[in-house]
Write a protein that binds this ligand. Structure first.
Ligand SMILES: NC(=O)c1ccc[n+]([C@@H]2O[C@H](COP(=O)([O-])OP(=O)(O)OC[C@H]3O[C@@H](n4cnc5c(N)ncnc54)[C@H](OP(=O)(O)O)[C@@H]3O)[C@@H](O)[C@H]2O)c1
Ligand SMILES: [Zn+2]
Length: 337
């Protein structure tokens, strides 16, 4: 089978198509013929050599978390899933033994990790991590869900977002950003989203964004977003200087949930403003498998349509990462092996 491997950690130019043996499932595993696998900023960090998870010794490395496709074969002991089933993978990898695996939520697992290997024609996965797809949910739409939409859903829940709330999403056009806007809209909340691109913001308005703010300069955003309103919550996947801006704008008692670092690993926090304002900063990673099931249900019921910028054949995986690096996309970028 063919796989799109990271052969050099130099960015999109480091992707090559390699031949590998088609995997066989071990006990408790399934092999999925991958129809769609979305890419995430997480994969791009790896490809750019900016992840502690993968270094030169691990090459060639096949990344790709968000697998959707058709089960080809199952190993011993697998009863719930059978060949021919259409499925999406929950890419959470958990130890199954720690307090959080026992009591939940599972994404707090002490050994939490993520599946990699979906950028290939077939993927060997833990069968228990497969979520069946209803006939009306396509594999391309399903592949958009696991990382971006699951993370956004979990963050909105951590922020206690309710109908009528005003939610600030700095950098609203990417995977987590668009998912946050759409899911907040579905909850009846209002959203403020930012982007460097007016054209991309026009598309976001069609997806339910209430207030579009063009700009990236944190100090300018402090003014322009502040003039719109006082957010009840900030969904922060950018980090860097946007953390301080978001906390400053947040209402008294408001919540900021942080999942990413696209704009920087470090942020300054105005400590007196934090405690005098009773503001909360909450870290969040991924979500739980039952939450992914809920997202599949939302797509089935027509209440959510994942936003997909483009699909690329496996041989053009380098171009898919180029589009992410060059900030071309609104929503998800999907590779279709
Ligand atoms: N902890 C978790 O479980 C988890 C899960 C998913 C994602 N994440 C993290 O969340 C972040 C977003 O991931 P994603 O896959 O949604 O990424 P993505 O699709 O590439 O996000 C693109 C968005 O980021 C903005 N952006 C890109 N570079 C920027 C920069 N240098 N300064 C300011 N804004 C910038 C873009 O703004 P423009 O519109 O201006 O181009 C766009 O809105 C990443 O840091 C990722 O690692 C974490
Ligand atoms: Zn655990």
């Amino acid at each position: 089978m063919r796989a799109a491997a990271f052969s050099d950690l130099i960015g999109p130019e480091g992707v090559t198509i390699i031949e590998q043996p088609t995997p066989d499932p071990g006990a408790g595993e399934a092999v999925v013929d991958v129809e769609a696998c979305s890419i995430n900023r997480h994969d791009l960090w790896i490809l750019e050599g900016d992840s502690a998870m993968v270094d030169a010794d691990d090459l060639p490395f096949v990344s790709g978390l968000d697998v959707a496709g058709v089960v080809r074969s199952v190993g011993d002991g697998v009863e719930r899933i059978e060949p021919g089933d259409r499925v999406v993978l929950c890419p959470n990898e958990t130890c199954g033994r720690c307090q959080f695996c026992r009591e939940g939520p599972e994404n707090h697992c002490e050994e939490f990790s993520l599946y990699h290997g979906g950028l290939a024609e077939a993927a060997r996965v833990d069968a228990d991590r497969l979520v069946p797809l209803p006939a009306s949910v396509g594999t391309t739409a399903a592949a958009a869900l696991p990382t971006a939409y699951l993370t956004a859903r979990h963050m909105l829940r951590q922020a206690d977002v309710a109908a009528g709330d005003l939610i600030f999403v700095p950098g609203a056009t990417g995977g987590v950003g668009v998912a946050s806007v759409q899911l907040a809209d579905a909850l009846g909340a209002r959203t403020i989203g930012t982007s460097s691109s007016a054209e991309k913001l026009d598309r976001l308005r069609e997806l339910g964004l209430d207030h579009a703010v063009e700009g990236v300069d944190p100090e300018t955003l402090r003014e322009t977003v502040g003039a719109i309103g006082t957010p009840d919550a900030v969904i922060n996947h950018l980090g860097g200087p946007y953390t301080d801006v978001g906390l400053d704008l947040l209402r008294r008692g408001g919540r900021m949930v942080v999942c990413g670092r696209t704009a920087g690993n470090e942020s300054e926090i105005d400590i007196p403003d934090l405690f005098l304002g009773h503001k909360r900063v909450i870290g969040s990673t991924m979500g739980t498998q039952p939450e992914l099931r809920r997202l599949v249900d939302l797509v089935e019921s027509g209440d959510l349509e994942p936003e997909i910028e483009a699909t690329y054949p496996l041989g053009a995986t380098d171009e898919a990462f180029g589009a992410m690096r060059d900030r071309e996309a609104v929503g998800k970028i999907i590779v279709t092996p």
